[in-house]
Design a protein around this ligand. Structure first.
Ligand code: NAD
Length: 299
């Protein structure tokens, strides 16, 4: 491993992470270790940027000729009008988590959805042509839904509670039906019979809500193992804790493929890494380095 003092010099290219709060993030450790492993002359730093300081922070990407930045809450939507171009998936999702700077032209991407699909591929699983039942329509749920539909999932049942994200769930269904070959439908989590039926019919059930994560770490939307089939995939986007209540219910049901969101988190980072550097992140190396114990991580 090359030490930081040997690695950083007058040619080092800067990549940022702009969000608030952000000091807890694992992304700097992930990217800097990957740069060091591959001998790439980049450095990745986290900056506390809120909605008020976002315009000048984005301008500084151009001014300082940074290669780009990750963007997280509360800036994922607010950043869009400050960019020059949007990748089509980011436009459909309506959010950006990665910016690439090509000589002053800033393009916004979203890599959470591609990270989700890639993490399934890493496990040798292909959900194209199949049905997905998805809970959640916030940042993660929207990215997962749009990318899965773009990549060829045939049918999607999107569930949400009647909270402030309900309209977004409706929007996701409409945009998928309008712009992709996937047939999407909107459902209420409160209708338990319908929820059970749609899970039982699906090749994959994905929970992209905050349920299962602090402060809801003792809760799960599915409590009955009989709702699951052994041959299906159960995917929780939560990765802290590593084994959520939902995953425990799926394991009780004997479900063969049960995942937390760690693979998705690593692969969204790897997608961004590729956009900035053109190189593949050494994902297995990073997984071993950062997540071989029970460290609690968040992006
Ligand atoms: P968000 O606030 O944008 O969306 C929250 C979603 O959860 C909404 O659909 C909301 O209706 C739903 N929800 C909230 N409380 C609920 C309840 N009690 N019952 C049912 N539904 C409820 O959040 P987000 O950024 O989309 O994050 C959602 C989850 O995805 C979090 O657990 C987060 O850790 C995870 N996530 C994982 C990754 C990854 O890379 N693995 C990336 C982003 C987010």
């Amino acid at each position: 491993m090359i030490e930081m003092t040997e690695r950083i010099d007058g040619h080092t290219i800067l990549i940022g992470l702009m969000a608030y709060p952000i000091r807890h993030s694992m992304s700097p450790t992930m990217h800097n270790n990957a740069f060091a492993k591959l001998g790439l002359n980049y450095a990745y730093l986290a900056f506390e940027v809120d909605n008020d300081s976002l315009p000048s922070a984005i301008q500084s990407i151009r001014t300082l000729d940074m290669r780009g930045s990750n963007i997280s809450m509360p800036n994922k939507q607010k950043v869009i009008p400050l960019l020059d171009k949007l990748d089509p998936a980011a436009e459909m999702v309506g959010a950006v988590n990665t910016i690439v700077n090509d000589h002053g032209t800033l393009t916004g991407y979203t890599t959470d959805g591609t990270g989700f699909m890639q993490s399934l591929k890493d496990e040798g699983l292909d959900i194209r042509g199949q049905k997905m039942t998805l809970a959640g329509a916030g940042g993660a749920g929207t990215a997962v839904a749009i990318q899965a539909a773009l990549d060829g999932v045939k049918e999607m049942s999107i569930f949400n509670i009647h909270d402030e994200f309900w309209d977004n769930a409706k929007r996701n269904v409409d945009i998928i039906n309008e712009k992709t070959d996937c047939k999407a439908t909107l459902h209420s989590i409160e209708d338990k019979d319908d929820f059970k039926k749609e899970i039982q019919d699906a090749a994959i059930y994905c929970d992209a809500t905050g349920v299962g994560m602090k402060p809801l770490e003792n809760e799960t939307l599915v409590t009955d193992p009989n709702w699951f089939r052994k041959d299906m995939i159960v995917f929780d986007t939560v990765y802290a804790p590593r084994t959520t209540k939902l995953m425990q219910v799926a394991e009780q049901a004997g479900v063969e493929h049960v995942f937390n969101g760690l693979g998705m988190m690593l692969e969204q980072g790897a997608e961004a890494f590729k956009l900035w550097t053109g190189e593949s992140m050494p994902v297995d190396y990073i997984r071993d380095l950062l997540f071989n114990d029970d460290k609690v991580a968040s992006k």
